[in-house]
Design a protein around this ligand. Structure first.
Ligand code: SF4
Ligand code: SF4
Ligand code: FES
Length: 574
Protein backbone atom coordinates (compact mmCIF):
# COMPACT_ATOMS: atom_id res chain seq x y z
CA UNK A 1 0.00 0.00 0.00
CA UNK A 2 1.42 3.45 -0.88
CA UNK A 3 2.14 5.63 2.14
CA UNK A 4 -0.41 8.40 1.48
CA UNK A 5 -0.26 11.74 3.31
CA UNK A 6 -3.44 12.21 5.41
CA UNK A 7 -5.77 15.04 4.42
CA UNK A 8 -6.93 17.81 6.73
CA UNK A 9 -10.10 19.92 6.47
CA UNK A 10 -9.51 23.67 6.24
CA UNK A 11 -11.96 26.53 5.83
CA UNK A 12 -10.70 29.27 3.48
CA UNK A 13 -12.84 32.38 3.05
CA UNK A 14 -15.94 30.51 4.17
CA UNK A 15 -15.51 27.35 2.07
CA UNK A 16 -14.16 24.01 3.30
CA UNK A 17 -11.33 22.29 1.40
CA UNK A 18 -9.00 19.36 1.97
CA UNK A 19 -5.22 19.55 1.78
CA UNK A 20 -2.45 17.05 2.50
CA UNK A 21 -1.08 17.47 6.01
CA UNK A 22 2.10 19.56 5.89
CA UNK A 23 0.86 21.99 3.21
CA UNK A 24 1.88 25.54 4.04
CA UNK A 25 -1.07 27.88 4.62
CA UNK A 26 0.00 30.28 1.86
CA UNK A 27 0.31 27.38 -0.58
CA UNK A 28 -3.07 25.90 0.40
CA UNK A 29 -4.68 29.28 -0.24
CA UNK A 30 -2.94 29.56 -3.62
CA UNK A 31 -4.28 26.13 -4.58
CA UNK A 32 -7.86 27.41 -4.18
CA UNK A 33 -7.03 30.69 -5.93
CA UNK A 34 -6.98 32.77 -2.78
CA UNK A 35 -3.77 34.64 -3.57
CA UNK A 36 -1.96 36.09 -0.57
CA UNK A 37 0.54 38.89 -1.29
CA UNK A 38 4.03 38.13 0.01
CA UNK A 39 7.65 39.24 -0.24
CA UNK A 40 9.95 37.08 1.88
CA UNK A 41 8.19 33.77 1.17
CA UNK A 42 9.66 31.78 -1.74
CA UNK A 43 8.45 28.22 -2.39
CA UNK A 44 12.00 26.85 -2.83
CA UNK A 45 13.50 28.53 0.26
CA UNK A 46 12.97 28.44 4.03
CA UNK A 47 10.41 30.84 5.50
CA UNK A 48 11.72 33.37 8.04
CA UNK A 49 8.38 35.23 8.13
CA UNK A 50 10.00 38.64 8.29
CA UNK A 51 8.15 40.87 5.79
CA UNK A 52 4.64 40.48 7.37
CA UNK A 53 2.95 41.06 4.01
CA UNK A 54 1.18 37.69 4.10
CA UNK A 55 -0.90 38.44 7.21
CA UNK A 56 -4.29 36.75 7.35
CA UNK A 57 -6.96 36.06 9.94
CA UNK A 58 -6.73 32.58 11.35
CA UNK A 59 -8.84 30.48 13.68
CA UNK A 60 -8.80 27.04 15.29
CA UNK A 61 -11.74 24.73 16.03
CA UNK A 62 -13.58 25.45 19.29
CA UNK A 63 -13.21 22.47 21.61
CA UNK A 64 -16.10 21.14 23.62
CA UNK A 65 -15.96 19.75 27.15
CA UNK A 66 -15.21 16.30 25.68
CA UNK A 67 -12.08 17.86 24.03
CA UNK A 68 -13.57 17.27 20.60
CA UNK A 69 -14.31 20.11 18.12
CA UNK A 70 -17.79 21.58 18.55
CA UNK A 71 -19.83 21.32 15.37
CA UNK A 72 -22.07 24.06 13.96
CA UNK A 73 -25.40 23.77 12.12
CA UNK A 74 -23.54 22.74 8.94
CA UNK A 75 -21.88 19.85 10.84
CA UNK A 76 -18.52 21.62 10.41
CA UNK A 77 -16.30 22.75 13.31
CA UNK A 78 -17.11 26.09 14.91
CA UNK A 79 -14.02 28.28 14.55
CA UNK A 80 -12.54 30.45 17.26
CA UNK A 81 -10.91 33.35 15.42
CA UNK A 82 -7.66 34.66 16.88
CA UNK A 83 -7.75 38.33 17.86
CA UNK A 84 -4.46 39.10 16.05
CA UNK A 85 -3.53 38.46 12.41
CA UNK A 86 -1.09 35.65 11.65
CA UNK A 87 1.49 35.15 8.90
CA UNK A 88 0.54 32.48 6.39
CA UNK A 89 3.98 31.61 5.00
CA UNK A 90 5.55 29.91 7.98
CA UNK A 91 2.91 27.52 9.27
CA UNK A 92 1.14 24.45 7.97
CA UNK A 93 -2.58 23.79 7.71
CA UNK A 94 -4.13 21.79 10.57
CA UNK A 95 -7.45 19.99 11.00
CA UNK A 96 -10.40 22.38 11.37
CA UNK A 97 -8.31 25.52 10.75
CA UNK A 98 -10.12 28.63 9.50
CA UNK A 99 -8.48 31.24 7.25
CA UNK A 100 -9.73 34.61 6.09
CA UNK A 101 -7.54 36.00 3.32
CA UNK A 102 -9.63 39.01 2.33
CA UNK A 103 -11.23 40.21 5.55
CA UNK A 104 -11.13 43.95 6.40
CA UNK A 105 -8.49 43.22 9.07
CA UNK A 106 -6.22 41.30 6.64
CA UNK A 107 -6.49 44.03 4.03
CA UNK A 108 -5.85 46.77 6.59
CA UNK A 109 -2.72 44.92 7.72
CA UNK A 110 -1.41 44.77 4.13
CA UNK A 111 -2.03 48.48 3.68
CA UNK A 112 -0.07 49.14 6.86
CA UNK A 113 2.86 46.92 5.80
CA UNK A 114 2.97 48.58 2.36
CA UNK A 115 3.06 52.03 3.94
CA UNK A 116 5.99 51.03 6.15
CA UNK A 117 7.87 49.44 3.24
CA UNK A 118 7.51 52.57 1.14
CA UNK A 119 8.51 55.06 3.83
CA UNK A 120 12.18 54.96 2.84
CA UNK A 121 11.80 53.55 -0.64
CA UNK A 122 13.32 55.87 -3.28
CA UNK A 123 10.37 55.40 -5.69
CA UNK A 124 12.69 55.45 -8.69
CA UNK A 125 10.53 53.14 -10.81
CA UNK A 126 11.18 55.15 -14.02
CA UNK A 127 14.86 54.17 -13.95
CA UNK A 128 14.55 50.80 -12.16
CA UNK A 129 15.20 47.58 -14.09
CA UNK A 130 12.58 45.75 -12.03
CA UNK A 131 9.79 48.07 -13.17
CA UNK A 132 7.14 45.99 -14.90
CA UNK A 133 7.90 42.87 -12.86
CA UNK A 134 8.21 44.38 -9.37
CA UNK A 135 6.13 43.03 -6.49
CA UNK A 136 6.34 46.38 -4.73
CA UNK A 137 4.71 48.06 -7.74
CA UNK A 138 2.19 45.27 -8.05
CA UNK A 139 0.98 45.25 -4.44
CA UNK A 140 0.99 49.03 -4.13
CA UNK A 141 -1.72 49.10 -6.79
CA UNK A 142 -4.00 47.19 -4.39
CA UNK A 143 -2.67 48.13 -0.98
CA UNK A 144 -0.65 51.33 -1.43
CA UNK A 145 -1.73 54.89 -0.64
CA UNK A 146 -1.96 57.53 -3.33
CA UNK A 147 -0.32 60.07 -1.03
CA UNK A 148 2.48 59.83 1.51
CA UNK A 149 2.03 60.71 5.18
CA UNK A 150 5.80 60.65 5.70
CA UNK A 151 7.08 64.23 5.82
CA UNK A 152 10.63 63.57 7.08
CA UNK A 153 13.69 62.98 4.89
CA UNK A 154 14.11 59.44 3.61
CA UNK A 155 17.12 57.46 4.85
CA UNK A 156 19.98 57.50 2.34
CA UNK A 157 21.71 54.18 1.67
CA UNK A 158 24.45 52.94 -0.70
CA UNK A 159 23.48 52.86 -4.38
CA UNK A 160 25.17 51.22 -7.40
CA UNK A 161 27.29 48.89 -5.26
CA UNK A 162 29.05 46.19 -7.25
CA UNK A 163 28.83 43.30 -4.81
CA UNK A 164 30.08 40.81 -7.38
CA UNK A 165 31.23 40.66 -10.99
CA UNK A 166 27.67 40.28 -12.27
CA UNK A 167 25.53 41.92 -9.58
CA UNK A 168 24.86 45.59 -8.78
CA UNK A 169 23.05 46.40 -5.51
CA UNK A 170 20.84 49.40 -4.77
CA UNK A 171 20.39 49.30 -0.99
CA UNK A 172 17.70 52.02 -0.95
CA UNK A 173 15.36 49.70 -2.84
CA UNK A 174 15.96 46.67 -0.60
CA UNK A 175 12.96 45.69 1.54
CA UNK A 176 15.09 43.36 3.72
CA UNK A 177 13.17 40.23 2.77
CA UNK A 178 16.37 38.09 3.01
CA UNK A 179 15.50 35.92 -0.01
CA UNK A 180 18.95 36.56 -1.51
CA UNK A 181 20.69 35.69 1.77
CA UNK A 182 18.77 32.42 2.06
CA UNK A 183 19.38 31.55 -1.58
CA UNK A 184 23.14 31.90 -1.10
CA UNK A 185 23.05 29.81 2.08
CA UNK A 186 20.57 27.12 1.04
CA UNK A 187 20.96 26.68 -2.72
CA UNK A 188 24.32 28.11 -3.82
CA UNK A 189 26.02 26.93 -0.55
CA UNK A 190 28.01 30.18 -0.54
CA UNK A 191 27.16 32.19 2.57
CA UNK A 192 28.25 35.67 1.44
CA UNK A 193 25.31 38.01 2.09
CA UNK A 194 23.91 39.41 5.33
CA UNK A 195 22.32 42.45 6.94
CA UNK A 196 24.32 45.14 8.76
CA UNK A 197 23.21 48.05 11.00
CA UNK A 198 19.84 48.44 12.73
CA UNK A 199 16.27 49.62 12.22
CA UNK A 200 15.61 51.73 9.16
CA UNK A 201 19.38 51.99 8.62
CA UNK A 202 19.71 48.24 8.00
CA UNK A 203 21.47 47.45 4.73
CA UNK A 204 22.16 44.32 2.76
CA UNK A 205 25.87 43.75 2.24
CA UNK A 206 28.48 41.09 1.63
CA UNK A 207 30.40 39.62 4.55
CA UNK A 208 33.78 41.35 5.07
CA UNK A 209 36.29 40.31 2.43
CA UNK A 210 33.71 38.36 0.39
CA UNK A 211 31.98 38.97 -2.93
CA UNK A 212 28.84 37.53 -4.50
CA UNK A 213 30.64 35.78 -7.32
CA UNK A 214 29.42 32.20 -7.26
CA UNK A 215 28.16 30.70 -10.52
CA UNK A 216 24.53 31.07 -9.37
CA UNK A 217 24.65 34.73 -8.32
CA UNK A 218 22.18 35.93 -10.97
CA UNK A 219 19.40 33.86 -9.40
CA UNK A 220 19.37 36.45 -6.60
CA UNK A 221 18.31 39.01 -9.22
CA UNK A 222 15.43 36.75 -10.28
CA UNK A 223 14.15 36.22 -6.75
CA UNK A 224 14.70 39.74 -5.38
CA UNK A 225 11.06 40.92 -5.30
CA UNK A 226 12.13 44.52 -5.92
CA UNK A 227 14.87 46.19 -7.96
CA UNK A 228 17.58 46.06 -5.29
CA UNK A 229 19.67 43.36 -6.92
CA UNK A 230 20.19 43.95 -10.62
CA UNK A 231 22.15 42.14 -13.29
CA UNK A 232 25.14 44.30 -14.25
CA UNK A 233 24.84 42.85 -17.73
CA UNK A 234 21.12 43.60 -18.25
CA UNK A 235 21.06 46.85 -16.23
CA UNK A 236 19.53 49.71 -18.20
CA UNK A 237 19.68 47.70 -21.44
CA UNK A 238 15.95 47.18 -22.08
CA UNK A 239 12.55 47.74 -20.45
CA UNK A 240 11.18 44.31 -19.66
CA UNK A 241 7.79 44.94 -21.27
CA UNK A 242 9.45 45.26 -24.67
CA UNK A 243 10.99 41.78 -24.46
CA UNK A 244 9.61 38.92 -26.50
CA UNK A 245 9.69 35.79 -24.32
CA UNK A 246 10.54 32.47 -25.94
CA UNK A 247 10.50 29.18 -24.01
CA UNK A 248 13.63 27.20 -24.74
CA UNK A 249 16.44 25.20 -23.17
CA UNK A 250 20.03 26.14 -22.28
CA UNK A 251 22.56 24.30 -24.45
CA UNK A 252 25.71 25.19 -22.52
CA UNK A 253 25.89 21.85 -20.69
CA UNK A 254 24.17 18.47 -20.48
CA UNK A 255 21.73 19.59 -17.76
CA UNK A 256 19.54 21.44 -20.26
CA UNK A 257 18.05 23.99 -17.87
CA UNK A 258 14.67 25.24 -19.03
CA UNK A 259 14.75 28.95 -19.69
CA UNK A 260 13.02 31.96 -21.19
CA UNK A 261 14.94 33.89 -23.81
CA UNK A 262 14.11 37.61 -23.64
CA UNK A 263 14.75 39.25 -27.00
CA UNK A 264 13.77 42.26 -29.01
CA UNK A 265 14.26 42.79 -32.73
CA UNK A 266 16.53 39.74 -33.12
CA UNK A 267 18.79 40.67 -30.20
CA UNK A 268 18.87 38.61 -27.01
CA UNK A 269 18.95 40.73 -23.86
CA UNK A 270 18.64 38.15 -21.13
CA UNK A 271 17.97 34.50 -20.37
CA UNK A 272 16.10 33.59 -17.21
CA UNK A 273 15.18 30.20 -15.70
CA UNK A 274 11.84 28.54 -16.40
CA UNK A 275 10.50 26.12 -13.79
CA UNK A 276 10.90 22.42 -14.48
CA UNK A 277 10.95 20.16 -11.43
CA UNK A 278 12.60 17.34 -13.39
CA UNK A 279 15.51 19.45 -14.64
CA UNK A 280 16.47 22.70 -12.96
CA UNK A 281 13.74 23.52 -10.40
CA UNK A 282 13.59 27.33 -10.80
CA UNK A 283 17.32 28.05 -11.09
CA UNK A 284 20.05 28.21 -13.72
CA UNK A 285 23.76 29.00 -13.60
CA UNK A 286 25.36 32.31 -14.56
CA UNK A 287 27.62 30.68 -17.14
CA UNK A 288 24.67 29.27 -19.09
CA UNK A 289 22.43 32.28 -18.83
CA UNK A 290 25.09 34.68 -20.10
CA UNK A 291 26.42 32.40 -22.82
CA UNK A 292 24.60 34.11 -25.70
CA UNK A 293 26.88 36.99 -26.67
CA UNK A 294 28.63 34.90 -29.30
CA UNK A 295 25.44 35.03 -31.35
CA UNK A 296 26.20 38.66 -32.18
CA UNK A 297 29.96 38.20 -32.40
CA UNK A 298 31.86 39.73 -35.32
CA UNK A 299 33.21 36.20 -35.87
CA UNK A 300 29.82 34.92 -37.10
CA UNK A 301 29.86 33.14 -40.43
CA UNK A 302 27.41 35.13 -42.52
CA UNK A 303 27.48 33.74 -46.03
CA UNK A 304 28.27 30.41 -47.71
CA UNK A 305 31.63 30.15 -49.45
CA UNK A 306 33.42 27.79 -51.83
CA UNK A 307 37.05 27.34 -52.77
CA UNK A 308 37.31 28.63 -56.33
CA UNK A 309 39.95 30.63 -58.20
CA UNK A 310 42.50 29.41 -55.65
CA UNK A 311 40.72 31.08 -52.74
CA UNK A 312 37.65 30.77 -50.56
CA UNK A 313 35.02 33.13 -51.91
CA UNK A 314 31.34 33.85 -51.24
CA UNK A 315 28.77 31.90 -53.22
CA UNK A 316 25.00 31.67 -53.14
CA UNK A 317 23.45 28.73 -51.29
CA UNK A 318 22.47 26.79 -54.39
CA UNK A 319 25.94 27.00 -55.88
CA UNK A 320 27.66 26.18 -52.57
CA UNK A 321 25.50 23.11 -51.95
CA UNK A 322 25.90 21.83 -55.53
CA UNK A 323 29.66 22.39 -55.33
CA UNK A 324 29.93 20.41 -52.10
CA UNK A 325 27.71 17.61 -53.43
CA UNK A 326 29.78 17.36 -56.61
CA UNK A 327 32.96 17.08 -54.57
CA UNK A 328 31.57 14.39 -52.30
CA UNK A 329 30.30 12.28 -55.22
CA UNK A 330 33.93 11.86 -56.33
CA UNK A 331 34.89 9.78 -53.31
CA UNK A 332 34.13 6.35 -51.94
CA UNK A 333 32.78 5.94 -48.43
CA UNK A 334 36.11 4.69 -47.09
CA UNK A 335 37.82 7.90 -48.37
CA UNK A 336 35.58 10.02 -46.17
CA UNK A 337 34.97 10.84 -42.51
CA UNK A 338 32.30 12.88 -40.75
CA UNK A 339 32.82 14.69 -37.45
CA UNK A 340 29.50 15.94 -36.10
CA UNK A 341 28.76 17.79 -32.88
CA UNK A 342 26.78 16.77 -29.81
CA UNK A 343 25.65 20.40 -29.75
CA UNK A 344 23.52 19.60 -32.80
CA UNK A 345 19.83 18.78 -32.38
CA UNK A 346 18.44 15.27 -32.84
CA UNK A 347 16.97 16.29 -36.19
CA UNK A 348 20.34 17.54 -37.42
CA UNK A 349 22.09 14.42 -36.15
CA UNK A 350 19.52 12.21 -37.85
CA UNK A 351 20.04 14.00 -41.18
CA UNK A 352 23.79 13.58 -40.63
CA UNK A 353 23.29 9.83 -40.18
CA UNK A 354 21.28 9.77 -43.44
CA UNK A 355 24.05 11.66 -45.23
CA UNK A 356 26.60 9.16 -43.91
CA UNK A 357 24.42 6.29 -45.13
CA UNK A 358 24.01 7.85 -48.58
CA UNK A 359 27.76 8.42 -48.89
CA UNK A 360 28.53 5.02 -47.38
CA UNK A 361 30.68 6.64 -44.68
CA UNK A 362 31.36 4.53 -41.61
CA UNK A 363 34.05 6.67 -39.99
CA UNK A 364 31.89 9.05 -38.00
CA UNK A 365 32.15 10.55 -34.52
CA UNK A 366 31.25 13.52 -32.30
CA UNK A 367 33.59 15.60 -30.14
CA UNK A 368 33.28 15.31 -26.33
CA UNK A 369 33.59 18.60 -24.41
CA UNK A 370 34.24 18.50 -20.67
CA UNK A 371 34.97 21.12 -18.04
CA UNK A 372 34.50 21.54 -14.30
CA UNK A 373 30.95 20.93 -13.07
CA UNK A 374 29.34 21.27 -9.64
CA UNK A 375 26.81 19.49 -7.42
CA UNK A 376 24.04 22.01 -8.14
CA UNK A 377 23.25 22.16 -11.86
CA UNK A 378 26.33 22.64 -13.99
CA UNK A 379 27.38 19.40 -15.66
CA UNK A 380 30.95 18.43 -16.51
CA UNK A 381 29.61 17.38 -19.90
CA UNK A 382 29.39 20.63 -21.85
CA UNK A 383 27.65 18.96 -24.79
CA UNK A 384 23.87 19.43 -24.49
CA UNK A 385 22.97 16.40 -26.59
CA UNK A 386 25.48 13.59 -26.14
CA UNK A 387 22.58 11.20 -25.52
CA UNK A 388 20.95 12.30 -28.77
CA UNK A 389 24.24 11.59 -30.54
CA UNK A 390 24.29 8.10 -29.02
CA UNK A 391 20.68 7.29 -29.92
CA UNK A 392 20.14 9.12 -33.21
CA UNK A 393 23.56 9.13 -34.85
CA UNK A 394 24.08 5.49 -33.98
CA UNK A 395 27.77 5.76 -33.11
CA UNK A 396 29.66 2.47 -33.31
CA UNK A 397 31.79 3.40 -30.27
CA UNK A 398 31.80 5.80 -27.31
CA UNK A 399 31.65 9.48 -28.38
CA UNK A 400 35.15 10.67 -29.22
CA UNK A 401 36.63 7.17 -29.50
CA UNK A 402 37.24 7.43 -33.25
CA UNK A 403 38.58 10.99 -33.37
CA UNK A 404 42.18 9.78 -33.10
CA UNK A 405 41.66 7.38 -35.97
CA UNK A 406 40.11 10.16 -38.06
CA UNK A 407 43.02 12.52 -37.33
CA UNK A 408 45.57 9.81 -38.16
CA UNK A 409 43.73 8.93 -41.38
CA UNK A 410 43.75 12.58 -42.44
CA UNK A 411 47.47 12.83 -41.58
CA UNK A 412 48.22 9.59 -43.46
CA UNK A 413 46.30 10.75 -46.56
CA UNK A 414 43.70 7.93 -46.39
CA UNK A 415 40.87 10.40 -45.78
CA UNK A 416 40.38 12.59 -48.82
CA UNK A 417 37.05 14.18 -47.93
CA UNK A 418 36.30 15.45 -44.43
CA UNK A 419 32.93 16.83 -43.32
CA UNK A 420 32.98 18.74 -40.03
CA UNK A 421 29.71 19.94 -38.53
CA UNK A 422 29.78 22.50 -35.73
CA UNK A 423 33.29 21.68 -34.49
CA UNK A 424 36.87 22.86 -35.00
CA UNK A 425 39.05 20.01 -36.34
CA UNK A 426 42.24 21.70 -35.12
CA UNK A 427 40.94 21.01 -31.59
CA UNK A 428 41.11 17.23 -32.02
CA UNK A 429 44.49 16.71 -33.56
CA UNK A 430 44.25 17.73 -37.24
CA UNK A 431 46.71 20.45 -38.19
CA UNK A 432 45.99 23.39 -40.47
CA UNK A 433 48.59 22.09 -42.94
CA UNK A 434 46.80 18.73 -43.11
CA UNK A 435 43.47 20.49 -43.70
CA UNK A 436 45.00 22.49 -46.55
CA UNK A 437 46.01 19.24 -48.27
CA UNK A 438 42.49 17.73 -48.20
CA UNK A 439 40.90 17.55 -51.67
CA UNK A 440 37.52 18.13 -50.05
CA UNK A 441 36.98 19.74 -46.65
CA UNK A 442 33.39 20.78 -45.98
CA UNK A 443 32.39 22.63 -42.82
CA UNK A 444 29.14 23.84 -41.35
CA UNK A 445 29.37 26.13 -38.33
CA UNK A 446 28.44 29.30 -36.47
CA UNK A 447 31.77 31.08 -35.94
CA UNK A 448 35.04 31.45 -37.81
CA UNK A 449 37.79 29.29 -36.33
CA UNK A 450 41.30 28.17 -37.24
CA UNK A 451 39.96 25.68 -39.79
CA UNK A 452 37.31 27.71 -41.63
CA UNK A 453 39.73 29.57 -44.00
CA UNK A 454 40.92 26.21 -45.35
CA UNK A 455 37.57 24.70 -46.30
CA UNK A 456 36.52 23.85 -49.83
CA UNK A 457 32.89 24.58 -48.96
CA UNK A 458 31.74 26.53 -45.91
CA UNK A 459 28.13 26.71 -44.68
CA UNK A 460 27.03 29.31 -42.06
CA UNK A 461 24.48 27.77 -39.69
CA UNK A 462 22.13 28.82 -36.89
CA UNK A 463 22.84 28.94 -33.14
CA UNK A 464 20.59 27.36 -30.46
CA UNK A 465 18.32 30.43 -30.13
CA UNK A 466 17.90 30.80 -33.87
CA UNK A 467 16.34 27.43 -34.64
CA UNK A 468 13.90 24.76 -33.54
CA UNK A 469 14.70 21.17 -32.70
CA UNK A 470 15.00 18.65 -29.92
CA UNK A 471 17.82 17.50 -27.65
CA UNK A 472 18.14 14.82 -24.95
CA UNK A 473 19.76 15.99 -21.75
CA UNK A 474 22.30 14.08 -19.67
CA UNK A 475 19.55 12.43 -17.62
CA UNK A 476 17.63 11.25 -20.67
CA UNK A 477 14.98 13.93 -20.93
CA UNK A 478 13.83 14.88 -24.42
CA UNK A 479 13.41 18.66 -24.62
CA UNK A 480 12.63 21.27 -27.24
CA UNK A 481 14.53 24.30 -28.53
CA UNK A 482 12.50 27.18 -29.93
CA UNK A 483 13.53 29.99 -32.19
CA UNK A 484 13.79 33.35 -30.42
CA UNK A 485 15.74 35.34 -33.00
CA UNK A 486 16.53 34.99 -36.69
CA UNK A 487 20.00 33.89 -37.79
CA UNK A 488 22.17 36.75 -39.11
CA UNK A 489 23.20 37.28 -42.72
CA UNK A 490 22.54 34.26 -44.88
CA UNK A 491 23.04 31.73 -42.09
CA UNK A 492 20.40 28.98 -42.22
CA UNK A 493 18.98 26.26 -40.04
CA UNK A 494 21.44 23.35 -39.91
CA UNK A 495 18.73 20.82 -40.80
CA UNK A 496 17.94 22.72 -44.01
CA UNK A 497 21.60 22.75 -45.04
CA UNK A 498 21.95 19.00 -44.37
CA UNK A 499 18.70 18.25 -46.17
CA UNK A 500 19.76 20.28 -49.23
CA UNK A 501 23.17 18.60 -49.32
CA UNK A 502 21.59 15.19 -49.02
CA UNK A 503 19.08 15.96 -51.77
CA UNK A 504 21.81 17.34 -54.04
CA UNK A 505 23.69 14.05 -53.65
CA UNK A 506 20.75 11.66 -54.05
CA UNK A 507 18.21 13.72 -55.99
CA UNK A 508 15.55 12.73 -53.44
CA UNK A 509 13.12 15.09 -51.77
CA UNK A 510 10.11 14.95 -49.48
CA UNK A 511 11.37 16.85 -46.43
CA UNK A 512 9.91 20.33 -46.29
CA UNK A 513 9.66 21.17 -42.59
CA UNK A 514 11.42 20.24 -39.39
CA UNK A 515 8.27 18.29 -38.46
CA UNK A 516 8.93 16.11 -41.53
CA UNK A 517 12.45 15.46 -40.25
CA UNK A 518 11.18 14.55 -36.79
CA UNK A 519 8.58 12.22 -38.25
CA UNK A 520 11.10 10.32 -40.36
CA UNK A 521 13.51 10.21 -37.41
CA UNK A 522 10.78 8.99 -35.05
CA UNK A 523 9.84 6.26 -37.54
CA UNK A 524 13.39 4.94 -37.64
CA UNK A 525 14.61 5.50 -34.07
CA UNK A 526 12.72 3.12 -31.73
CA UNK A 527 13.09 5.35 -28.66
CA UNK A 528 11.27 8.17 -30.46
CA UNK A 529 8.47 6.09 -32.02
CA UNK A 530 5.11 7.85 -31.89
CA UNK A 531 6.53 11.22 -30.82
CA UNK A 532 6.50 14.58 -32.57
CA UNK A 533 7.98 17.97 -31.76
CA UNK A 534 4.63 19.20 -30.46
CA UNK A 535 4.17 16.11 -28.24
CA UNK A 536 7.43 16.94 -26.42
CA UNK A 537 5.71 19.93 -24.80
CA UNK A 538 7.24 22.84 -22.94
CA UNK A 539 8.60 20.71 -20.08
CA UNK A 540 9.95 17.86 -22.18
CA UNK A 541 9.43 14.21 -21.40
CA UNK A 542 11.57 11.36 -20.30
CA UNK A 543 12.01 8.47 -22.65
CA UNK A 544 10.66 5.17 -21.36
CA UNK A 545 10.56 2.06 -23.50
CA UNK A 546 7.74 -0.43 -23.00
CA UNK A 547 8.60 -4.12 -23.42
CA UNK A 548 7.27 -3.87 -26.99
CA UNK A 549 9.85 -1.24 -27.80
CA UNK A 550 7.49 1.74 -28.09
CA UNK A 551 8.04 5.00 -26.31
CA UNK A 552 5.70 6.12 -23.58
CA UNK A 553 5.72 9.79 -22.68
CA UNK A 554 5.02 10.38 -19.01
CA UNK A 555 3.93 13.64 -17.36
CA UNK A 556 6.83 15.92 -16.43
CA UNK A 557 7.80 16.52 -12.85
CA UNK A 558 8.84 13.05 -11.83
CA UNK A 559 12.47 12.31 -11.02
CA UNK A 560 14.25 10.69 -13.95
CA UNK A 561 14.86 6.97 -13.62
CA UNK A 562 18.52 6.60 -14.60
CA UNK A 563 18.29 2.82 -14.99
CA UNK A 564 15.48 3.09 -17.53
CA UNK A 565 17.59 5.45 -19.58
CA UNK A 566 20.64 3.23 -19.37
CA UNK A 567 18.52 0.46 -20.89
CA UNK A 568 17.47 2.91 -23.62
CA UNK A 569 21.11 3.64 -24.36
CA UNK A 570 21.84 -0.06 -24.66
CA UNK A 571 19.05 -0.35 -27.25
CA UNK A 572 20.32 2.52 -29.43
CA UNK A 573 20.83 1.48 -33.08
CA UNK A 574 24.42 0.74 -33.88
S1 SF4 B 1 18.24 42.66 -1.99
FE1 SF4 B 1 16.23 41.97 -2.68
S2 SF4 B 1 16.20 39.78 -2.16
FE2 SF4 B 1 17.86 40.69 -0.99
S3 SF4 B 1 16.95 41.22 0.98
FE3 SF4 B 1 16.81 43.05 -0.32
S4 SF4 B 1 14.80 42.93 -1.27
FE4 SF4 B 1 15.25 40.91 -0.45
S1 SF4 C 1 23.65 24.28 -15.54
FE1 SF4 C 1 24.13 23.86 -17.70
S2 SF4 C 1 22.16 23.85 -18.75
FE2 SF4 C 1 21.86 24.86 -16.75
S3 SF4 C 1 22.16 27.05 -17.13
FE3 SF4 C 1 24.14 26.22 -16.52
S4 SF4 C 1 25.17 25.70 -18.43
FE4 SF4 C 1 22.99 25.93 -18.89
S1 FES D 1 5.73 36.36 3.11
FE1 FES D 1 5.05 35.82 5.07
S2 FES D 1 6.13 37.13 6.38
FE2 FES D 1 6.92 37.57 4.40
Amino acid sequence: MPNETPLVNVQIDGLWHQFPKGTRVIEACAQVRAYIPHYCYHPKLSSPGNCRMCLIEMGMPRMGPDRKPELGADAKPIINWMPRPQISCAQDVTEGMGIRTNSPLAEECRRGVMEFLLINHPLDCPICDQAGECLLQEFSVEYGRADSRFLEHKVKKPKRVEIGPRITLDDERCILCSRCIRFCQEIAKDDVLGFADRGSHTILTTHPGKRLENNYSLNTVDICPVGALTSSHFRFEMRVWFLKETKSVCTSCATGCNMIIGSREDIIYRQTPRENAAVNSVWMCDYGRLNFEYLTSTDRLLEPAIFAGNKLQPADWKKAIEYAALQLKHFNGWDMAIVASARMTNEELWLTSQLARQLNVSLIDVVPHHDAGDDILLSQDRNPNINGAKIVLGLAAEPGARLKQIAESVAGGRIKALIVLGEDPTQFGITVDQLKQLPSFIMMGILHNAATPHTTALFPSAAYAEKRGSIINGRGRLQRLNRAVRPPGEARDDWEILRDLSQAITGSNGIYTIEDVFKQMADSVPQLNGLSLSKIGDLGLKLIATPQGTTTPVPPGEPVDEKVFEREMARAPK
